[in-house]
Design a protein around this ligand. Sequence first.
Ligand SMILES: Cc1cc2nc3c(=O)[nH]c(=O)nc-3n(C[C@H](O)[C@H](O)[C@H](O)COP(=O)(O)O)c2cc1C
Length: 225
Amino acid sequence: MNVSEAVRTRRSVRAFTGKPVDLDVLKSVLDTAQLSPSGGNVQPWNASILTGDPLAQLISAVAGKLPQGPAGQSPEYDIYPKDLPEPYRSRRYGVGEALYESIGIDRGDKMGRMMQMAQNFRAFEAPVCMFVHTPGYMGPPQWSDIGMWLQTIMLLLREAGLDSCAQEAWSLYGAEIREAVNIPEDHIFFCGMAIGCRDVNAPINNFAVPRAEVQENITYLGFPD
Ligand SMILES: Cc1cc2nc3c(=O)[nH]c(=O)nc-3n(C[C@H](O)[C@H](O)[C@H](O)COP(=O)(O)O)c2cc1C
Protein backbone atom coordinates (compact mmCIF):
# COMPACT_ATOMS: atom_id res chain seq x y z
CA MET A 1 0.00 0.00 0.00
CA ASN A 2 1.34 3.43 -0.87
CA VAL A 3 0.46 6.72 0.85
CA SER A 4 -2.26 7.62 -1.68
CA GLU A 5 -3.94 4.26 -1.17
CA ALA A 6 -3.78 4.66 2.58
CA VAL A 7 -5.35 8.13 2.30
CA ARG A 8 -8.04 6.95 -0.13
CA THR A 9 -9.01 3.84 1.80
CA ARG A 10 -9.08 5.50 5.21
CA ARG A 11 -12.52 6.46 6.38
CA SER A 12 -14.00 6.80 9.81
CA VAL A 13 -15.06 3.26 10.62
CA ARG A 14 -18.01 2.93 12.97
CA ALA A 15 -18.59 -0.84 12.86
CA PHE A 16 -15.82 -3.33 13.59
CA THR A 17 -15.43 -7.09 13.43
CA GLY A 18 -14.56 -8.74 16.74
CA LYS A 19 -11.01 -9.51 15.57
CA PRO A 20 -8.45 -8.51 18.23
CA VAL A 21 -5.63 -6.11 17.40
CA ASP A 22 -2.12 -7.45 17.77
CA LEU A 23 -0.08 -5.50 20.31
CA ASP A 24 3.10 -5.77 18.20
CA VAL A 25 1.28 -4.20 15.25
CA LEU A 26 0.02 -1.37 17.44
CA LYS A 27 3.50 -0.81 18.84
CA SER A 28 4.98 -0.69 15.37
CA VAL A 29 2.38 1.88 14.26
CA LEU A 30 2.95 4.05 17.31
CA ASP A 31 6.75 3.77 16.98
CA THR A 32 6.59 4.91 13.37
CA ALA A 33 4.07 7.67 14.13
CA GLN A 34 6.60 9.03 16.61
CA LEU A 35 8.37 10.38 13.50
CA SER A 36 5.44 12.79 12.89
CA PRO A 37 6.44 16.45 12.58
CA SER A 38 5.62 18.99 15.27
CA GLY A 39 6.39 22.68 15.63
CA GLY A 40 9.71 23.00 17.48
CA ASN A 41 9.75 19.20 17.73
CA VAL A 42 7.66 19.59 20.89
CA GLN A 43 5.78 16.28 20.27
CA PRO A 44 2.84 17.31 22.46
CA TRP A 45 0.88 14.08 22.05
CA ASN A 46 0.24 11.73 24.97
CA ALA A 47 -2.03 8.73 24.92
CA SER A 48 -3.16 5.60 26.70
CA ILE A 49 -4.31 2.66 24.63
CA LEU A 50 -6.93 0.45 26.22
CA THR A 51 -8.29 -2.99 25.46
CA GLY A 52 -9.98 -5.77 27.46
CA ASP A 53 -11.01 -5.02 31.05
CA PRO A 54 -9.73 -1.44 31.31
CA LEU A 55 -11.70 -0.48 28.18
CA ALA A 56 -14.79 -2.39 29.36
CA GLN A 57 -14.63 -0.62 32.73
CA LEU A 58 -14.45 2.81 31.13
CA ILE A 59 -17.33 1.97 28.79
CA SER A 60 -19.36 0.83 31.79
CA ALA A 61 -18.55 3.99 33.80
CA VAL A 62 -19.68 6.21 30.92
CA ALA A 63 -22.76 4.04 30.31
CA GLY A 64 -23.76 4.78 33.90
CA LYS A 65 -23.80 8.50 33.07
CA LEU A 66 -25.59 8.36 29.71
CA PRO A 67 -29.16 8.31 31.10
CA GLN A 68 -28.53 11.68 32.79
CA GLY A 69 -27.94 13.30 29.40
CA PRO A 70 -26.03 16.61 29.51
CA ALA A 71 -26.37 16.71 33.34
CA GLY A 72 -24.05 13.69 33.59
CA GLN A 73 -21.43 15.10 31.25
CA SER A 74 -18.13 16.73 32.18
CA PRO A 75 -16.97 18.27 28.87
CA GLU A 76 -13.27 18.98 28.50
CA TYR A 77 -13.81 21.72 25.88
CA ASP A 78 -16.33 23.01 23.31
CA ILE A 79 -16.13 20.57 20.41
CA TYR A 80 -17.38 23.14 17.88
CA PRO A 81 -17.47 26.94 17.93
CA LYS A 82 -20.87 28.18 19.08
CA ASP A 83 -23.27 28.88 16.16
CA LEU A 84 -20.83 27.41 13.66
CA PRO A 85 -21.19 29.63 10.53
CA GLU A 86 -21.56 28.50 6.93
CA PRO A 87 -20.08 26.70 5.06
CA TYR A 88 -18.84 24.73 8.07
CA ARG A 89 -22.28 24.19 9.56
CA SER A 90 -23.64 22.56 6.40
CA ARG A 91 -20.56 20.37 6.07
CA ARG A 92 -21.01 19.20 9.64
CA TYR A 93 -24.70 18.40 9.20
CA GLY A 94 -24.13 16.95 5.72
CA VAL A 95 -22.02 14.06 6.95
CA GLY A 96 -24.45 13.43 9.82
CA GLU A 97 -27.37 13.17 7.38
CA ALA A 98 -25.42 10.80 5.12
CA LEU A 99 -24.45 8.64 8.10
CA TYR A 100 -28.00 8.38 9.52
CA GLU A 101 -29.49 7.75 6.09
CA SER A 102 -27.06 4.85 5.56
CA ILE A 103 -28.52 3.06 8.58
CA GLY A 104 -32.14 4.03 7.94
CA ILE A 105 -32.54 6.55 10.76
CA ASP A 106 -34.95 9.30 9.74
CA ARG A 107 -34.47 13.01 10.30
CA GLY A 108 -37.21 13.03 12.93
CA ASP A 109 -36.03 9.94 14.81
CA LYS A 110 -34.33 11.67 17.73
CA MET A 111 -34.12 8.51 19.83
CA GLY A 112 -32.54 6.57 16.95
CA ARG A 113 -29.96 9.31 16.48
CA MET A 114 -29.19 9.40 20.18
CA MET A 115 -28.75 5.63 20.27
CA GLN A 116 -26.35 5.80 17.32
CA MET A 117 -24.46 8.72 18.93
CA ALA A 118 -24.18 6.60 22.10
CA GLN A 119 -22.27 3.99 20.08
CA ASN A 120 -19.35 6.41 20.40
CA PHE A 121 -19.23 5.54 24.08
CA ARG A 122 -18.78 1.86 23.27
CA ALA A 123 -15.94 2.81 20.88
CA PHE A 124 -18.24 1.37 18.17
CA GLU A 125 -17.40 -2.08 19.62
CA ALA A 126 -13.78 -1.74 18.50
CA PRO A 127 -11.40 -4.00 20.45
CA VAL A 128 -9.02 -1.12 21.15
CA CYS A 129 -9.47 2.56 21.94
CA MET A 130 -6.74 5.15 22.32
CA PHE A 131 -7.26 8.19 24.58
CA VAL A 132 -5.26 11.29 23.70
CA HIS A 133 -4.31 14.13 26.01
CA THR A 134 -1.89 17.04 26.21
CA PRO A 135 -0.91 19.64 28.82
CA GLY A 136 -3.61 22.30 29.24
CA TYR A 137 -1.13 25.08 28.47
CA MET A 138 -0.60 23.85 24.92
CA GLY A 139 -2.19 26.09 22.29
CA PRO A 140 -3.63 25.72 18.76
CA PRO A 141 -0.23 25.04 17.13
CA GLN A 142 0.38 22.08 19.42
CA TRP A 143 -3.19 20.79 18.94
CA SER A 144 -2.52 20.90 15.23
CA ASP A 145 0.65 18.84 15.82
CA ILE A 146 -1.50 16.25 17.59
CA GLY A 147 -3.79 16.20 14.54
CA MET A 148 -0.83 15.40 12.29
CA TRP A 149 0.23 12.61 14.59
CA LEU A 150 -3.31 11.23 14.64
CA GLN A 151 -3.53 11.22 10.85
CA THR A 152 -0.14 9.53 10.64
CA ILE A 153 -1.46 6.82 12.95
CA MET A 154 -4.66 6.43 10.93
CA LEU A 155 -2.69 5.98 7.70
CA LEU A 156 -0.22 3.54 9.24
CA LEU A 157 -3.18 1.57 10.58
CA ARG A 158 -4.47 1.29 7.02
CA GLU A 159 -1.09 -0.02 5.91
CA ALA A 160 -1.37 -2.63 8.69
CA GLY A 161 -4.85 -3.64 7.44
CA LEU A 162 -6.58 -1.87 10.33
CA ASP A 163 -9.15 0.89 10.63
CA SER A 164 -10.03 3.65 13.02
CA CYS A 165 -12.40 6.40 14.01
CA ALA A 166 -11.15 9.50 15.80
CA GLN A 167 -13.64 10.34 18.55
CA GLU A 168 -14.00 13.79 20.05
CA ALA A 169 -17.30 12.60 21.54
CA TRP A 170 -15.43 11.05 24.46
CA SER A 171 -14.47 14.58 25.57
CA LEU A 172 -18.02 14.91 26.94
CA TYR A 173 -17.06 12.42 29.63
CA GLY A 174 -13.75 13.88 30.79
CA ALA A 175 -14.28 12.90 34.44
CA GLU A 176 -14.71 9.18 33.69
CA ILE A 177 -11.80 9.17 31.23
CA ARG A 178 -9.52 10.91 33.72
CA GLU A 179 -10.39 8.26 36.27
CA ALA A 180 -9.82 5.34 33.87
CA VAL A 181 -6.79 6.63 32.04
CA ASN A 182 -4.93 8.44 34.80
CA ILE A 183 -4.54 11.68 32.88
CA PRO A 184 -2.35 14.18 34.77
CA GLU A 185 -4.45 16.93 36.34
CA ASP A 186 -2.85 19.68 34.26
CA HIS A 187 -3.60 17.83 31.01
CA ILE A 188 -6.67 18.25 28.83
CA PHE A 189 -8.24 15.22 27.23
CA PHE A 190 -8.60 15.71 23.47
CA CYS A 191 -10.08 12.65 21.77
CA GLY A 192 -10.40 8.92 21.56
CA MET A 193 -9.59 6.74 18.61
CA ALA A 194 -11.41 3.45 18.08
CA ILE A 195 -9.10 0.92 16.42
CA GLY A 196 -9.86 -2.45 14.89
CA CYS A 197 -10.85 -4.29 11.71
CA ARG A 198 -13.54 -2.76 9.51
CA ASP A 199 -16.81 -4.62 9.08
CA VAL A 200 -16.78 -4.27 5.31
CA ASN A 201 -20.48 -5.08 4.97
CA ALA A 202 -21.82 -2.58 7.50
CA PRO A 203 -23.77 0.18 5.70
CA ILE A 204 -22.36 2.75 8.16
CA ASN A 205 -18.90 2.01 6.75
CA ASN A 206 -20.00 2.38 3.14
CA PHE A 207 -21.87 5.66 2.66
CA ALA A 208 -20.26 8.36 0.51
CA VAL A 209 -18.72 10.98 2.78
CA PRO A 210 -19.35 14.40 1.21
CA ARG A 211 -16.35 16.65 0.56
CA ALA A 212 -16.21 20.31 -0.44
CA GLU A 213 -14.87 21.12 -3.89
CA VAL A 214 -11.15 21.67 -3.43
CA GLN A 215 -11.44 25.22 -4.86
CA GLU A 216 -13.45 26.12 -1.75
CA ASN A 217 -10.40 25.44 0.39
CA ILE A 218 -7.35 26.02 -1.79
CA THR A 219 -6.10 29.02 -3.80
CA TYR A 220 -3.15 28.82 -6.18
CA LEU A 221 -1.30 32.04 -6.92
CA GLY A 222 1.45 32.78 -9.45
CA PHE A 223 1.30 29.47 -11.36
CA PRO A 224 1.09 29.44 -15.18
CA ASP A 225 -2.43 28.71 -16.55
C1 LIG B 1 -10.32 14.87 15.67
C2 LIG B 1 -11.52 14.15 15.15
C3 LIG B 1 -12.54 13.80 16.00
C4 LIG B 1 -13.66 13.09 15.54
N1 LIG B 1 -14.64 12.72 16.42
C5 LIG B 1 -15.65 11.91 16.00
C6 LIG B 1 -16.59 11.40 16.93
O1 LIG B 1 -16.56 11.71 18.12
N2 LIG B 1 -17.52 10.53 16.48
C7 LIG B 1 -17.60 10.16 15.17
O2 LIG B 1 -18.48 9.36 14.81
N3 LIG B 1 -16.73 10.66 14.25
C8 LIG B 1 -15.75 11.50 14.64
N4 LIG B 1 -14.82 11.97 13.74
C9 LIG B 1 -14.90 11.55 12.35
C10 LIG B 1 -15.39 12.66 11.45
O3 LIG B 1 -16.79 12.77 11.53
C11 LIG B 1 -14.93 12.30 10.01
O4 LIG B 1 -13.54 12.35 9.95
C12 LIG B 1 -15.49 13.22 8.93
O5 LIG B 1 -16.90 13.17 8.92
C13 LIG B 1 -14.96 12.81 7.56
O6 LIG B 1 -15.27 11.47 7.30
P1 LIG B 1 -14.16 10.36 7.06
O7 LIG B 1 -13.22 10.36 8.23
O8 LIG B 1 -14.95 9.07 6.96
O9 LIG B 1 -13.44 10.71 5.80
C14 LIG B 1 -13.74 12.72 14.18
C15 LIG B 1 -12.70 13.08 13.31
C16 LIG B 1 -11.61 13.78 13.79
C17 LIG B 1 -10.50 14.13 12.84
